[in-house]
Design a protein around this ligand. Structure first.
Ligand code: G4P
Length: 534
């Protein structure tokens, strides 16, 4: 098959939701229906550690399991579907945001009783920033939940885009009768049970309204009425608007009962986009110039959006998750890390098949492959088979909390440095080295990150540290209009300057007013709350 055909049949999407909305359940059912797994329960294993807050052994476990299950590839209707999980714990949200840079669309799962919840909101923001098309699945219709019109209204408000219902519920909770498919003008009848397959559900055309009324009574009439209201109030289906993230198709169902799930899987294939072009920078006469990389471009190119340490503490190898942007990966191919110009010599290259890893035979744009390496690869790195280009857009967020690292045994300095460098490269934590010297600073978005890093420094690098509170509350990456302006700024605040793991310059803040004051004083300096790997 040609490059073009291969990429056209790929769908790469992330599932986003607030914890407990039913993401794990839905993921499992999607895998089940596509034939990627045979038995239910396979994905559930990692659920046990979901609620862990500060028990790091649990986190370790979660980390290990998520290597295998955070990316899942399945084939369905002659398509290759790549599903990316987004870690649920709020303290790992940075990781989640980066996962969203590797997908072409998102599936938002919401609990019909709770609507759009806090953690979904932040993820939506990232999708909106990137104009990622979103499919909405309203789950748990078998429970006593909110009125569907109410839910649509909330989704519209939260997403800031109109909804277009594709299925519509008849009743809810005990009286949940099923869903009306607006496209086929038929009703699929609900039957509880986790063993059901899509073909097991009875389908009755709406033309047999008398039969439906006799069977579902008032719930059917009410559903027809509210459906008409919803259709009247919402925009007609417009595929281009969906692709431009200006409209979301909405599905109703019950994941745990396998109900309404097939419709979502079909929507991923029928509606979601195949991989599109990605922006990169190339150097032309030493000047950065933007260049679009198309999926069907012959040269292989990909970007590292996640780096994960392996579980085996005796082997310091790590997996770099690469989203392929163009060309074709083949085993034995020579690859280069653009940042360093060095050849990448992975010990193995794997693909992720639900619960297991397999050696990659070939991969195309949209696919996620994992390079097992001993280092030399960082988050945001671009990997190509030779072309000189660098993808942009992998976000790093300014930390919201800081700690100073104090090594308990000074003889372990080398191990500490190596550990911090590697954990920083992985994105487990942000590491800042003060320009004026002194202890290293750790920056995090969530408290849990500190605990994990402290634990990992001890177990993986044999470097025991104490984390002390720091006067800093935030940081801003800085750039300047001119080198002179930058120099002036640096000499004014020598004690506030630090460099992060990617050697980017940052200004450390002690209060929210800091930035404003500094900005007023130095209008030629730009303060960035977000650093995009460039
Ligand atoms: P998450 O990954 O988004 O955190 O959610 P998960 O799938 O683990 O689901 C959270 C809970 O909601 C689970 O119950 C799950 O069984 C239940 N659930 C998922 N989909 C539906 C649905 O359509 N209807 C109903 N009624 N419940 C649903 P749990 O009690 O936490 O776990 P379990 O013991 O049932 O596995």
């Amino acid at each position: 098959m040609s490059l073009e055909t291969e990429t056209k049949r790929r769908r790469t999407f992330a599932i986003i939701s607030h914890p407990d909305a039913g993401k794990t359940t839905l993921t499992e059912k999607l895998l089940l229906f596509s034939g990627a797994i045979q038995i239910a329960g396979a994905v559930k294993g990692r659920k046990a550690s979901r609620h862990a807050t500060s028990d790091w052994m649990e986190i370790e476990k979660q980390r290990g399991i998520s290597v295998a299950s955070s990316v899942m590839q399945m084939s369905y209707r002659d398509h290759v579907v790549n599903l990316l999980d987004t870690p649920g714990h709020k303290d790992f949200s940075e990781d989640t945001y980066r996962v969203l840079t590797a997908v072409d669309s998102a599936l938002m799962v919401i609990d019909a009783a709770n609507g759009v919840e806090s953690q979904t909101r932040r993820l939506i923001e990232v999708c909106r920033q990137r104009d990622t098309p979103i499919i909405t699945f309203v789950n748990k219709m078998d429970r006593e939940v909110r009125d569907p019109l109410d839910i649509l209204d909330e989704v519209e408000r939260e997403l800031g885009m109109p909804c277009c219902p594709i299925t519509w519920p008849v009743g809810q909770g005990k009286s949940f009768g099923g869903i009306i498919n607006l496209r086929t003008q038929s009703m699929t009848v609900f039957a509880p049970g986790s063993e059901k397959r899509p073909q097991d559900f009875e389908v009755i055309p709406l033309t047999e309204a008398d039969k439906l009324r006799a069977r579902f009574g008032q719930a059917f009439d009410d559903a027809m009425e509210s459906m008409e209201l919803a259709v009247g109030a919402s925009t007609a289906w417009d595929h281009d608007a969906f692709l431009a993230a200006k409209l979301t198709p909405v599905f109703f169902g019950s994941g745990v009962n396998n109900f309404g799930v097939m419709e979502v899987l079909d929507a991923v294939v029928d509606m979601s986009p195949s991989p599109g072009p990605r922006v990169s920078t190339v150097l032309v006469n030493k000047q950065p110039v933007q260049k679009e990389v198309k999926p069907s471009d012959l040269g292989f190119a990909g970007v590292v959006f996640k780096v994960q340490a392996n579980m085996d503490a005796n082997h310091r190898d790590r997996i770099a998750f690469v989203r392929v942007a163009s060309g074709k990966y083949e085993p034995g191919m020579k690859m280069k890390v653009q940042r360093t110009g060095k050849e990448l010599r992975p010990t193995s290259v794997v693909t992720f098949m639900s619960q297991r890893r397999e050696a990659v035979e070939e991969a195309y744009a949209g696919d996620i492959i994992g390079f097992t390496t001993h280092g030399g690869v960082q988050l945001g790195d671009t990997i190509t088979d030779g072309a000189n280009l660098q993808f942009t857009g992998l976000p790093f967020f300014a930390p919201e909390m800081f700690a100073t690292v104090v090594l308990k045994n000074p003889l372990r300095t080398k191990q500490l440095q190596q550990g911090l460098m590697q954990l920083g490269e992985e994105g487990a934590i942000q590491v800042f080295k003060p320009d004026a010297g002194g202890n290293m600073l750790l920056g995090a978005v969530g408290q849990l990150q500190f605990e994990v890093v402290q634990h990992r420094l001890k177990t993986e690098y044999d470097a025991e540290v104490r984390l002390e509170s720091s006067q800093y509350t935030s940081a801003r990456w800085i750039t300047a209009e001119t080198p002179e302006a930058l120099r002036e700024f640096e000499t004014t605040y020598p004690l506030r300057m630090a460099h992060d793991a990617a050697n980017a310059l940052a200004y450390m803040c002690t209060s929210p007013y800091d930035v404003r004051l500094a900005q007023e004083r130095f209008p030629k300096i730009q303060f960035h709350p977000l650093r995009e790997h460039a």
